[in-house]
Write a protein that binds this ligand. Structure first.
Ligand code: 13P
Length: 245
């Protein structure tokens, strides 16, 4: 039971193109059972699968709007009613398409109103300005959410942009991960004056696969993994799952 306190979130992004493939991948992940604290999938198409696999399925985002004329956006209420239990928010690929911290702040509020758990992604574009970039993201996207942070309905994921996706420079090193995850936890606790007993949960994401997942999960301060490419390819995903079982 090495990883029973660790969270695993699979972010398929725009990959996994058929329901058959999706179900194979989800079912492989279900083999994790109680070997991990939680296994969830951020699916791109929540509607056909979320009710069937609840509470495993979440979404990759929810809109900053509660409804209206916003083609291409899903509301938090639609996401909840489809059977999803959580949502990612603030992913760097969404930020790169123009989602601001103010939008993310509204989306978090909408998600929490619908009782969805939130995994807020934060991370710097440039390593050298890490703390400045992260402080701004935290200050603006979590603005006014002190009470909600105390209820543990918001978890964080540290995802350095330079370590994510096929254009990644390199995975972050152990010391970079430890240093930044600790920074994020301490900064949020003091900046929002949280209760002593509140535990900030912070995952790591960026170029994680079957060869390095155990090493990263074994870093004590890291509460889990947000895994991209390796979670949407059945063969690599099977290796990841078998490594953790
Ligand atoms: P990769 O694992 O593909 O680098 O992506 C990480 C990520 O963005 C997860 O949200």
């Amino acid at each position: 039971m090495k990883y029973k306190d660790k969270y695993i979130i699979a972010n398929w992004k725009s990959n996994v193109q058929t329901i058959t493939e999706a179900e194979e991948i989800i079912n492989k992940g279900l083999e994790l059972g109680d070997k991990v604290a939680h296994y969830t999938v951020s699916a791109p198409f929540i509607y056909p699968l979320s009710a069937k696999y609840s509470p495993v399925i979440g979404s990759q985002s929810v809109s900053q709007y509660e409804g209206g004329s916003h083609t291409g956006l899903y509301t938090a209420q639609q996401t909840k009613n489809a059977g999803a239990t959580f949502t990612l928010l603030g992913h760097s690929e969404e930020r790169a398409r123009g989602m601001s911290d103010a939008d993310i702040n509204l989306s978090i509020e909408n998600a929490l109103k619908q009782d969805l758990y939130v995994c807020l992604c934060i991370g710097e574009r440039v390593r050298e300005t890490s703390e400045i970039e992260i402080k701004k993201q935290i200050d603006e996207s979590l603005n006014g959410l002190e009470e909600e942070l105390n209820t543990n309905k918001i978890m964080l994921a540290y995802e350095p942009v330079w370590a994510i996706g096929s254009g990644a420079l390199r995975p972050a090193t152990d010391s970079e991960i430890i240093e930044t995850v600790n920074f994020i936890k301490n900064y949020i606790k003091t900046q929002f004056n949280l209760n002593e007993e509140t535990k900030i949960i912070c995952l790591y994401g960026g170029s994680v696969d079957s060869t390095n997942i155990e090493n990263i999960l074994n870093l004590e301060t890291v509460d889990g993994i947000l895994i991209g490419r390796a979670s949407s390819d059945l063969s690599e995903w099977s290796k990841v799952v078998d490594t953790l079982k």
